[in-house]
Design a protein around this ligand. Structure first.
Ligand code: ASP
Length: 301
């Protein structure tokens, strides 16, 4: 399963071709025997390269007009995890997060330290102009006028959103990854849930893989990805029930805004959201679904 962010999505059909293309690329990798970790990394890399989504290239701009990216990845086999936050000019933050996991003794690197590690590892960097798109500048100006920080979809008239992927592979291994540019007009230095293990991402072969999207502060305060996994592991819930129970918990505890995708160890898929919409796509038992989960919009297209 992949997602392209939660919010009020006025033109969901704009995202369907990208979601379909990226989902099919992941499914082809799985058919070729790739492991879940490789597939989540590749799906999120493709989502980061697509300017339609709020991650990597299409990242929203903070209050100072800069694109600062956060990303995370987790391997359900070993609970190994890697994350980066507040990185600038890194073309694919998810790949940098994976390098943190695989080539350092650490889980989480931030800011200049993470960028320096990326340079040392030879990851691709881009000029500021690669990230700063005219429509993102206009979106920031609108948010500043209203003195608001906003979820990408909500602020941008149907465009863009944080991205994520959750996969179970043929050997029943699970992995999850999440990547974001954060909230439009967020304070300099602000980091949300997306790079925080257990908040915006989680994977454990004993339960499930989860990727979240929404107002990061709500997911941080409820450890939401871990909470949804707890419902699977400790309460024996199905993927669908755990996704719904996770979002119910988010709303009940903090009136939270957002949603999540979840795949469990049996390969069951779950998706739930408290926002009007959430862009997602799944490939399950040979069947592809691409949906916006939005009241009044076509559920599948
Ligand atoms: N969760 C992200 C954040 O708060 C934003 C999003 O999901 O769109 O940084």
């Amino acid at each position: 399963m992949i997602h392209g962010g939660a919010g009020a999505i006025s033109t969901p059909e704009r995202f369907a071709p990208s979601l379909r293309r990226i989902l099919l690329a992941g499914a082809a990798m799985l058919r070729g025997g790739a492991c879940a970790l490789d597939v989540v990394a590749e799906c999120v890399r493709l989502l980061e390269d697509d300017p339609l989504f709020n991650a990597g290239r299409g990242s929203v701009l903070n209050a100072e007009g800069a694109a600062c990216c956060d990303a995370s990845i987790m391997d359900g086999r070993t609970l190994s995890a890697g994350a980066v936050a507040y990185v600038r000019r890194v073309r694919n933050p998810v790949l940098l997060a994976r390098l943190v996991m695989e080539r350092t003794p650490h889980v989480f690197l931030v800011g200049e330290g993470a960028e320096g590690f990326g340079r040392q590892q030879g990851v691709a960097f881009e000029e500021d102009t690669y990230f700063v798109m005219p429509e993102r500048l206009a979106q920031l100006a609108r948010a500043k006028e209203r003195e608001a920080t906003t979820l990408d979809h909500t602020s941008n008239d149907g465009k863009l959103g944080t991205v994520g992927a959750v996969v179970r592979d043929g050997a029943c291994n699970l992995a999850a990854a999440t990547s974001t540019g954060g909230l439009t007009n967020q304070m300099r230095g602000r980091v949300g849930d997306s790079p925080v293990i257990g908040a915006g991402v989680f994977a454990d072969n004993d339960s499930c893989a989860v990727s979240c999207t929404g107002t990061g502060e709500h997911f941080l305060r409820t450890s939401l990805a871990r909470t949804a996994a707890y419902f699977v592991e400790m309460q024996g819930m199905s993927a669908k029930d755990a996704a719904e129970a996770g979002v119910a918990y988010l709303v009940q505890k903090v009136k939270g805004s957002g949603g999540l995708i979840l795949v469990d160890r049996e390969g069951g898929c779950g998706v739930a959201h408290s926002t009007p919409g959430l862009l997602w796509a799944s490939f399950h038992n040979g069947e592809m679904t691409v949906a916006a989960g939005q009241a009044g919009a076509p559920e599948q297209f």
